[in-house]
Design a protein. Structure first.
Length: 431
């Protein structure tokens, strides 16, 4: 198919599947010129409207919030909203039927589920307007890099799926002009190299994109059509950027979100992560944990949801011209503990150890840490470390753990994955 036919197929498919997508795209495009003050006023209006809708239609949330929810309904304020009881994935799973409603079941919606890497799988109904708004936000971010959603792309997503699901995904991918990779072994990635010349963008798991880049970095020329590399679902380490720049001339741009929260932020051409301020309301608590309210999740309301990530926001103004608030950094997952002999440590400790190893010593390590016994950590690395590199790693570990932890290095070319995602810390100890 030529580009005009691909565009036509995409437009017709979108009109059938996501009839409100165009309206959402226009709304978001107009907001790009708004001041921060106007954006925040619009966000608060949407937040108030969404809260009132949820309070009026979901008894389960009225019970969950109690008196504070009733007071807020009668006397709205953003400060009051920040004081109602938050929820987590266990609440959404336990009260799943009551959070859904009969109206959303009758309207057009799509079955959705989380990946289950946290140990809990959540299924829910995503309404058409919710799905369209989320897609519109993603498509708008593509336009910043002069990429259209019907342009040919490589897509690293999905893992261990059934034959029927793979066939269904292949049909969907054909209609949106992308090539999906389910097999993350070396031979599967090598087979992609011939497709690179056609691709306008690459998206998916950053660890797999990194492996592809390492295989391609010795090539003489960059893919001519490639305009964007987008990493989702996993951390993007500094040495990943180095590899993709060497191979493709581009760094990996970040997109942050979750199935239930929707896309929370995307990276602009100037390297800043802009919040989806009209689609989500983001709070950060005293422990730097993010709480997300999805303002378009009417079919399955997500309100003050503890996503489980530690983040930092910034008041910095971006030179790209957008005044949308900036997400400075997603530090990592919260909730998992590392156990020493005497103390326990947040799993985020590993993030800082390997960040320091790269920025203080210039050592890039592909790692995964396992804990089977308290007071002991197995650090898996893909390649042998030189003596000086090992010494630097032990030194950084000692800064955080001192003599409370035994560190063992193991060379493991293949890391453990869950639902296709690469996890940096695997614990076999019950918190």
């Amino acid at each position: 198919m030529n580009i005009y036919l691909k565009k036509l197929v995409f437009k017709l498919g979108t009109r059938w599947r996501n009839p409100t997508l165009t309206k959402s795209l226009e709304y978001l495009a107009n907001s790009e010129t708004w001041t921060l003050e106007k954006l925040l006023l619009e966000q608060e209006k949407r937040l108030n409207d969404f809260f009132r809708h949820v309070y009026e239609t979901r008894e389960v949330y009225r019970e969950h919030w109690g008196e504070k929810g009733r007071d807020l309904y009668n006397n709205w304020s953003k400060e009051g909203f920040q004081n109602i009881i938050a929820c987590d994935k266990s609440f959404l799973i336990a009260e799943n039927k009551r959070i859904h409603d009969d109206v959303s079941a009758r309207n057009k919606s799509f079955f959705s589920e989380t990946s289950g890497t946290s140990g809990q799988i959540l299924t829910f109904s995503k309404g058409e307007e919710w799905d369209s708004f989320n897609r519109a936000f993603v498509f708008r971010a593509l336009s910043w890099f002069n990429v259209q959603p019907w342009n040919y792309s490589l897509y690293f997503w999905g893992y261990n799926v059934s034959t029927f699901t793979r066939i269904k995904s292949n049909v969907q991918d054909f209609l949106v002009n992308r090539f999906r990779v389910f097999n993350y072994e070396d031979r599967g990635i090598i087979a992609l190299k011939k497709r690179l010349s056609r691709a306008s963008y690459i998206e998916g798991y950053s660890s797999v994109i990194y492996e592809l880049a390492k295989m391609c970095k010795s090539d003489d020329s960059f893919p001519k059509n490639l305009k964007l590399i987008k990493g989702t679902s996993e951390k993007i380490y500094a040495h990943y950027h180095k590899a993709t720049i060497q191979a493709f001339g581009l760094k990996i741009r970040s997109e942050y979100g979750a199935a239930e929260s929707g896309v929370i932020a995307t990276e602009c051409t100037h390297g800043k992560m802009h919040l989806n301020v009209l689609g989500v309301y983001v709070e950060v608590d005293e422990n730097n944990e993010i709480l997300v309210t999805n303002l378009v999740s009417h079919s399955f309301p997500i309100v003050r949801y503890r996503l489980g990530d530690s983040v930092r926001l910034s008041e910095e103004k971006c030179s790209c011209g957008l005044e949308h608030p900036i997400l400075e950094e997603v530090t990592g997952r919260v909730g998992k503990n590392i156990y020493g002999v005497r103390k326990k440590y947040a799993s985020l400790t590993l993030y800082y150890i390997f960040k320091n190893l790269y920025f203080n010593h210039g050592i890039a390590v592909d790692y995964q840490v396992h804990q089977l016994t308290k007071g002991e950590l197995e650090v898996w690395v893909k390649d042998d470390l030189k003596n000086k590199e090992q010494e630097a790693l032990y030194k950084e570990c000692y800064k955080f753990f001192a003599n409370d932890m035994k560190i063992t290095l193991k060379v493991k070319p293949i890391f453990y994955q869950e639902s296709g995602k690469l996890k940096d810390f695997i614990s076999f100890i019950d918190n």
